[in-house]
Design a protein around this ligand. Sequence first.
Ligand code: PAF
Length: 296
Amino acid sequence: MSEPSVRVLRTVAEFRAACDAVRSRGERLGFVPTMGALHAGHLRLVEAARRHADRVAVSIFVNPTQFGPNEDFSKYPRTLERDVALLAGVGADLVLSPSADEMYPAGDTTRVRVGELSEHFCGPFRPGHFEGVATVVTKLFAIAGPCTALFGRKDFQQLKIIERLARDLRLPVTVVGEPTVRDADGLALSSRNAYLSADERSRALAIPRALAGAAERFDAGVRRAAELIEPVRAALSAAGLRPDYADIADPERLFPFALDATVGERALIALAAFCGTTRLIDNLVLGEDPAPAVSG
Ligand code: PAF
């Protein structure tokens, strides 16, 4: 039996032609934008894309405009050969691995900014981040053309921003959010987990535990915002994590609830916390997502 083959395309023109060819055969295109350093969460997105589409394209591009000056752009893992082998194993068909010069041609000044959804949570802590994400995703959507694009719900704010930009710009892309994939101990998969020491990794488990605790209180009928979020904040601090934020918010507008508010039948808990020097994010939509199964 021959090995499944993936076509790796280095230029925008080649990738665009390959995506057009898929559609001209009457096949549906699934698209998974990534920054590489693939883990099981990305592979799950490719598998989901195969259910939505006939052919699956993946982009691998560490996007410079979404990193702040003191963030990990230069040390972000770049593992193209390994990534392509993993993608072959899950049946991806096309990979775009473009150069930064092609994605941002000389003199490039166009940026995409998605209003209020970028204002809370990670927005104030990572100035320019969501503008960088929205800009590169808009470019990638323009290059891939009509498709179904899949993103993980772990980056819930990013997902909402991308849904909104596709809608507002009338792009011919259906955006689908897929459930967060977690390790057996409950930690959400992230390329940045590779930076954690053994001690940090065990302290990071306070995150899924705190989310599971909030889900338990919510399922028991608790609806006061403070009673849902304050134990989460306390658990993060007790584990020595340094939260940028841990908030409870409306899951559509991403607008945080006041502590004395009563939340509705769905409420988003979203957090970002440093564990050592590694910034981890996680979230749970109470009333919708299953609680993380935690162990260890
Ligand atoms: O989630 C990511 O990996 C990136 O933010 C994305 C969507 C590929 C844009 O660079």
